[in-house]
Design a protein around this ligand. Structure first.
Ligand code: HEM
Length: 414
């Protein structure tokens, strides 16, 4: 027996855990790599923490994304954020469906949401980034979540989808409601989802008569060429692009900036490389920030459609399985010195964007936004520093995402 065998099992889902879940995940990886736990909502689920098991689970066709496979009561689904049957409208999106529907919808959206479209969008992301920094640069202080990380992705995705500028503040409010009150679509969140759905359906109607160069027009065009995309599917697609592309990017900018501010050697290294006009360290650096403290702590829900064995553990049909990306990406069996932040890390096949058929569709946009935001911040506000001691920072503590509530910073006014 080694000394670590006597370490007691950690308590999950406390405030301490939300602040720093990594020691608990290290314990699980070693002692209970596929671990059945009761979530704060009361639902029981398996947590998968080792890299190889995580990768296998993400690509395993026996693990369905369709919540109808959950062997749990409807009321429990509501409490977990697992969409129930009755809330189907906007919820029949890519992250809740399996092949063949998933294959068809993903092919359609991939035709409209191409890497080329994202690359052409780079000047707009740079412009948005500059405008946001202009608003607080002269004050010498900011809350980087509220003033920067939050508005950047919402306006970027709205622009990409083709939501007119004058309507984007409504989206900001609805998205704010969802991020603040996360989880299942209830109360204010339910109202926001409803308003967003009505707005998106109306926008799809309007665009049908006047197709433009935007992503929603692209979706309508793609559906008009042979394959079928219902209006509900188009609205659900726009919704998932907003939803999947919003809080994730907020957290990439928030967690990424925090990691840089608390690792001065790595931050200096990046600033020197940017000053020399290089891009290489920025690119590997953003990937490393995703591995080290990524936005998506747990991949979204999966449900066993039949009996299966994962990491030596038998899983029963109907059981929910949650793949802990944050734990897999710190697995010492896969990454050398996994708890060290190394912006130049090679061989960095992290799972921060998932793996398999549900691999992040927005990864090129997320990379563009993350690289632009961090490079511009460090270049324009070179002496940026934390405005409060690190242990005063508060994390949101949601189940799927990992992100800060606020990130106060100070700098020399410009
Ligand atoms: C899927 C991460 C940004 C759109 C996923 C998944 C992960 C992820 C882990 C897979 C979830 C699973 O298998 O359960 C991230 C991270 C981001 C980011 C870390 C930012 C740093 C974006 C953006 C968009 C986007 C900007 C679009 C505007 C999507 C979509 C899916 C997805 C549509 C579902 C794909 C499918 O099911 O086929 N993302 N994402 N993501 N992401 Fe992202």
């Amino acid at each position: 027996m080694t000394s670590s065998d006597t370490t007691p099992a950690p308590t999950l889902f406390t405030w301490e855990f939300a602040t720093d879940p990594y020691p608990a995940y290290a314990w699980l990886r070693e002692h209970a790599p596929v671990h059945r736990t009761t979530l704060p909502s009361g639902v029981e689920a398996w947590l998968v923490t080792r890299y190889t098991d995580a990768k296998q689970a993400l690509a395993d066709a026996r693990l369905s994304k369709n919540p109808a496979h959950h062997d749990g009561p409807e009321h429990a689904r509501g409490r977990t954020g697992i969409p129930g049957e009755r809330k189907a409208e906007l919820m029949t999106h890519l992250l809740n469906i399996d092949p063949p529907d998933h294959t068809r919808l993903r092919r359609l959206v991939s035709k409209a949401f191409t890497p080329r479209r994202v690359a052409e969008f780079a000047p707009r992301v740079q412009g948005l980034t500059n405008d946001l920094i202009d608003r607080f640069a002269a004050t010498g202080e900011a809350d980087l979540i509220h003033d920067f990380a939050f508005p950047l992705p919402i306006h970027a995705i709205c622009d990409l989808l083709g939501v007119p500028r004058e309507d984007q503040d409504d989206f900001r409010d609805w998205a704010g409601m969802m991020i603040r009150h996360g989880g299942g679509p209830r109360g204010g969140v339910a109202r926001s989802v409803k308003k967003m759905r009505a707005y998106l359906l109306d926008l799809i109607h309007r665009k049908r008569g006047d197709l433009g160069d935007d992503l929603i027009s692209g979706l309508i065009r793609a559906s008009d060429h042979g394959e079928h995309l219902t209006e509900n599917e188009a609205a659900a697609m726009a919704f998932i692009l907003l939803f999947a592309g919003f809080e994730t990017t907020v957290n990439l900018i928030g967690n990424g900036t925090l990691a840089l501010l608390t690792h001065p050697d790595q931050r200096d290294r990046l600033q020197k490389s940017l000053a020399a006009g290089e891009r290489g360290l920025l690119e590997t650096g953003v990937e490393e920030l995703l591995r080290y403290d990524g936005p998506v702590e747990l991949a979204t829900w999966r449900f066993a459609t039949g009996p299966l064995t994962l990491g030596g553990q038998d899983i029963a049909p109907g059981d929910p399985v949650l793949v802990v990306l944050a734990a897999a990406d710190r697995d010492p069996a896969r990454f050398e010195h996994p708890d060290t932040l190394d912006l130049g890390r090679r061989d960095n096949q992290h799972l921060g964007y998932g793996h398999g058929i549900h691999y992040c569709l927005g990864a090129p946009l997320a990379r563009l936004e993350g690289q632009t935001a961090l490079a511009t911040l460090l270049t324009r506000l070179p002496d940026l520093q934390l405005g409060v001691p690190v242990d005063e920072l508060r994390w949101r503590g949601g189940l799927i995402m990992r992100g800060l509530r606020t990130l106060p910073v100070t700098f020399t006014p410009r």
